[in-house]
Design a protein around this ligand. Structure first.
Ligand SMILES: NC(=O)c1ccc[n+]([C@@H]2O[C@H](COP(=O)([O-])OP(=O)(O)OC[C@H]3O[C@@H](n4cnc5c(N)ncnc54)[C@H](OP(=O)(O)O)[C@@H]3O)[C@@H](O)[C@H]2O)c1
Length: 481
């Protein structure tokens, strides 16, 4: 793949995301020869720092990510890493940044291609975008691309305003809204699995699938992110973005072509086809102390009367020809028993139970489990006859693990960064998707819904089991790959 020479400017260069994800991913791309020394990285921020100090921070970040110590890292830092202080963030300081970028382009013989990555707290997005636009940083003779981290707005209204604001300086085909789930191999493979294997397509509908479950569970609590999380909560942090993406990829129709616009259109169609949520479809919860862990309200940075949900479960229906009447259950929470992201596609029971009169012979539905993290795998469960007597059915698995077959998988950020550099928007979120998703999930935001309690280390409030039980179903989660 030929990556065009460019400057990759990171706003928020001293932050957590830059340190843990962006710099290690960029370095790994360099170390593997996927980007060359003509990809210049400029970190920016309000903090006073010179190039050398930022290079030292970069080396520290690489060491923490397991890439430290090598000559290659030092070479990369010296040749490719620079820092520019934005001070108080005034327009003059952005003009100076423009001069610095132009100077580096001249020095390194670059054609003026520029990516601007906003690794910033969301409330800083509008001002920084305006400063970039007004200082003409995006008018440099080559391509220019704006990369925005999640969360994109905090409701429909703010997302619409943010889109409108960005569109004053950037066209939609210059905007890369990150949802890092889309960079994961298993998530991309959902498209291959569904649309390159004819056997699944014929059963991928309401006639053969009883229901679908999507679980995104985190074992950690709010950690150091309370300042952001206490204003966001589970629906904004996980449901409206990551889970909405998984939902659309598992239920969308086959796009006409494998190209960003065609895929995006199918995803938007799903989001626009979901029946409006009713209060009875939603369970929100917040964790109390349990399993030796403090309750949410006792975590550092949260309030003792905080009503931020750390758990959300929703039942929804995609009202299309394919899915009419097939419920989809989603749930996400902090301080769950394990960290896992899974999609379970639960097939119908056999229409006639041939073995029903025999004890120990109740067939279970086939379940296709798609594990997205921590392991990336597909598992299809089916019943077999257990050898010997008495006649008994036993559930067994067909299992495919990415790591066992392919070894190390690229980090999601490596995939996404390369796509930004090559101008491929397939794995990024379009304005229409963001807006359709906010519109659908709005009723699950802060509209006076009850907040159930659950103990840390459990699978959420009791009410969440009832969401399925009242329809004769139970949550399933696959443990241990
Ligand atoms: N951290 C993660 O794991 C993670 C995961 C997914 C998404 N994200 C998203 O990525 C973005 C960055 O997250 P982060 O955890 O790296 O944030 P962070 O550590 O809180 O902040 C990043 C940097 O932004 C700069 N900054 C802070 N407030 C600013 C302001 N008002 N105006 C201009 N610059 C400001 C700061 O640098 P200076 O003081 O030098 O300006 C800070 O070092 C957020 O949108 C977050 O939601 C983060």
């Amino acid at each position: 793949m030929n990556i065009p020479s460019h400057i990759f400017t990171i706003f928020g260069a001293s932050g957590d995301l830059t340190k843990r994800k962006i710099l290690p991913a960029l370095f790994h791309l360099f170390a593997e020869g996927r980007i060359g020394p003509d990809c210049i990285i400029v970190g920016t921020g309000r903090k006073q720092m010179d190039d050398e100090t930022f290079r030292d921070l970069t080396l520290e970040a690489l060491a923490e990510a397991g890439f430290g110590g090598g000559e290659n890292a030092a070479k990369w830092c010296t040749g490719c890493i620079f820092y520019h202080c934005l001070g108080d963030g005034s327009p003059e300081n952005y003009k100076r940044l423009g001069e610095r970028l132009a100077g580096l382009e001249k020095e390194h013989g670059l054609p003026g291609n520029r990516a601007f990555y906003l690794a910033l707290p969301p409330d800083a997005f509008p001002q920084v975008i305006e400063n970039i636009g007004e200082a003409g940083l995006a008018d440099s003779g080559g391509w220019s691309r704006l990369v925005i981290e999640k969360p994109f707005g905090r409701d429909l209204d703010s997302a619409l305003r943010l889109n409108e604001h960005i569109h004053r300086w950037f066209e939609e085909d210059q905007i890369y809204r990150i949802d890092h789930y889309l960079g994961k191999e298993t998530v991309q493979n959902l498209l291959v699995f569904r649309f390159a294997n004819a056997m699944f397509e014929s059963i991928w509908n309401r006639d053969r699938i009883d229901h679908i479950q999507i679980t995104v569970a985190e074992s950690l609590g709010v950690e150091h992110r309370a300042r952001y999380y206490d204003k966001a909560g589970a629906v904004r942090d996980m449901v409206q973005n990551h889970i909405a993406q998984l939902l659309t990829m598992i239920t969308m129709e086959v796009p006409g072509r494998f190209e960003p616009r065609a895929i995006m259109r199918e995803k938007v169609k799903v989001l626009r086809s979901i029946m409006p949520l009713q209060p009875g479809d939603i369970v929100l919860g917040q964790y109390d102390a349990g399993d030796g862990k403090p309750g949410y309200r006792d975590e550092e940075g949260t309030g003792e009367d905080s009503i931020t949900p750390t758990f959300a479960a929703i039942r929804l229906h995609v009202d299309t020809w394919r899915w009419k009447g097939t419920p989809i259950y989603i749930r996400t929470g902090k301080r769950m028993p394990v960290k896992t992201t899974q999609i379970s596609v639960v097939f119908e029971h056999p229409p006639v139970c041939f073995f029903r009169a025999m004890e120990g012979c109740t067939p279970r539905p086939n379940i296709l489990n798609i594990s997205i993290q921590p392991d990336e795998s597909f598992t299809l469960s089916f019943d077999v006859k257990k050898p010997g007597e008495p006649f008994t059915l036993e559930s067994q698995d067909l299992h495919f693990s990415y790591a066992d077959t392919f070894g190390r998988l690229p980090d999601a950020y490596e995939t996404l960064l390369l796509d930004i550099m090559t101008g491929d928007q397939t794995l990024f979120v379009h304005a229409d998707e963001v807006e359709a998703s906010w519109k659908f999930f709005e009723p699950a935001l802060d509209h006076g819904l009850p907040l159930a309690r659950y103990a840390a280390g459990t699978w959420g409030p009791d009410e969440v089991a009832e969401l399925l039980l009242r329809e004769g179903r139970t949550w399933s989660v696959r443990q241990g790959g």
